[in-house]
Write a protein that binds this ligand. Structure first.
Ligand code: ZN
Length: 166
């Protein structure tokens, strides 16, 4: 599912701090090459300083995922070490060849949208089938008989926690 993230940001214009909420993960299920920009708009992850009104796009990474179409793409305007951690977790859960683990990382916003469009048009090959979901990879051996729900929760929380620390 789509996921939001709260973070403290320093305005590059007036240098005052404020809290903003941005998308960390945006699900595009049901979209296609023609209409996905109604969900991922040019306003997505734009933040506005309450002190001076300066508006700009959040520098935090954003993952666009379409589970039905079978692809994921990172928007990564500045290097984000958390993506390495998340990629390893995705590889453990879904397999190293899954689209989650192999999601391209794109620095430029226009190129990000262009890459998503290429998956929808088939110019880039999506991989919608055979996701191997491996809950056990997340758990210590002693807990392998328990439900996997906590594992999913941990996966979702870890990126948020690590991002809040930096
Ligand atoms: Zn400002």
């Amino acid at each position: 599912m789509s996921k939001k993230l709260d973070f403290q940001i320093v305005c590059p214009d007036c240098e005052k701090q404020y809290q903003a909420t941005v998308w960390r993960t945006l699900w595009g299920d049901g979209c296609n090459a023609d209409n996905f920009t109604s969900r991922l708009t040019d306003n997505t992850n734009m933040v506005t300083c309450p002190h001076c009104g300066h508006s700009f796009r959040s520098p935090l990474a954003l993952m666009y995922v379409d589970v039905k179409a079978g692809f994921a793409v990172w928007y990564e305007p500045q290097p984000d070490p958390n993506i390495e951690n998340e990629t390893q977790q995705y590889a453990a859960m879904f397999g190293a060849d899954s689209y989650y683990a192999k999601a391209p990382r794109v620095k430029d916003w226009e190129e990000f949208k262009h890459t998503i469009r290429k998956y929808y048009t088939g110019e880039l090959k999506a991989n919608p089938v055979n996701i191997k979901f491996n809950f056990d990879a997340l758990k210590p051996a002693s807990q392998k008989k328990k439900s996997g729900c906590m594992g999913v929760l941990l996966l979702l929380l870890i990126p948020v926690i690590t991002l809040l620390i930096i």
